[in-house]
Design a protein around this ligand. Structure first.
Ligand code: GAR
Length: 208
């Protein structure tokens, strides 16, 4: 039986391209106040879609190659996400860059998780790039999405040390331990209306 929004709290739609371990943490969360209402992927074979199906959460696939350009792809992604009537959209390992119309359609309602301490190492290879640069410290960033890549106001960050023997897989797995703890915490605070954006600063709303 379909739940109405008063049953499930804030409706979270997750965009994911790959494994979906962050999606899984959100599917498994027992937080009150929000629930994953739908999943959208650009990859028809993404494990994230199988995780959604196993949790009986509906999903949609919007493939990059079926669209003429980034703007058309972005509109199709937004339309698919919109079918789930989202309060907030979470980019959790979504590896396509959305065009500016996404933030026009969902202003201050899209967040992204990124595996580095932004503004260091934006892009698709945040872990690899930090290692190649010789960074001694890297981490995780949760931020609101704006019209620039990996750039919007920062909600939360956590640092961790790069160890001398780290390769990309080892470092990424320690980063994911942090991601899997931080992401549901941030979604809970987001759903509670706790965040107020003032320029680049994300503050705690006074009455939240
Ligand atoms: C996560 O580590 C996330 O931070 C990263 O992709 C991984 C997805 O893992 N995102 C980016 O690099 C975005 N630029 P998951 O599919 O297991 O959740």
């Amino acid at each position: 039986m379909a739940q109405d929004s008063s049953d499930i709290g804030a409706r979270i739609v997750v965009l994911a391209s790959g494994s979906g371990s962050n999606l899984q943490v959100l599917l498994d969360a027992v937080e009150s106040g929000w629930s994953v209402a739908g999943v959208v992927s650009d990859q028809p074979d993404a494990r994230a879609l199988r995780r959604a199906a196993a949790a009986e959460v509906p999903s949609r696939v919007v493939e990059w190659g079926d669209h003429a350009d980034r703007n058309e792809f972005t509109d199709a992604i937004c339309a698919a996400a919109g079918e789930f009537d989202p309060d907030y959209i979470v980019l959790a390992g979504f590896m396509r860059v959305l065009g500016p119309s996404a933030v026009v359609q969902f202003p201050d309602r899209i967040i992204n998780i990124h595996p580095s301490l932004l503004p260091a190492f934006p892009g698709a290879h945040g872990v690899r790039d930090a290692l190649a640069y010789g960074a001694k410290v890297t981490g995780v960033t949760l931020h609101f999405v704006d019209e620039h890549l990996d750039h919007g106001p920062i909600i939360a960050q956590e640092a961790l040390a790069v160890m001398p023997g780290d390769d990309e897989a080892a470092l990424h797995s320690r980063i994911q331990v942090i991601e899997h703890r931080l992401l549901p915490e941030v979604v809970t605070r987001l759903a509670a209306g706790e965040f107020e954006i003032s320029g680049r600063k994300v503050k705690r709303r006074v009455n939240a």
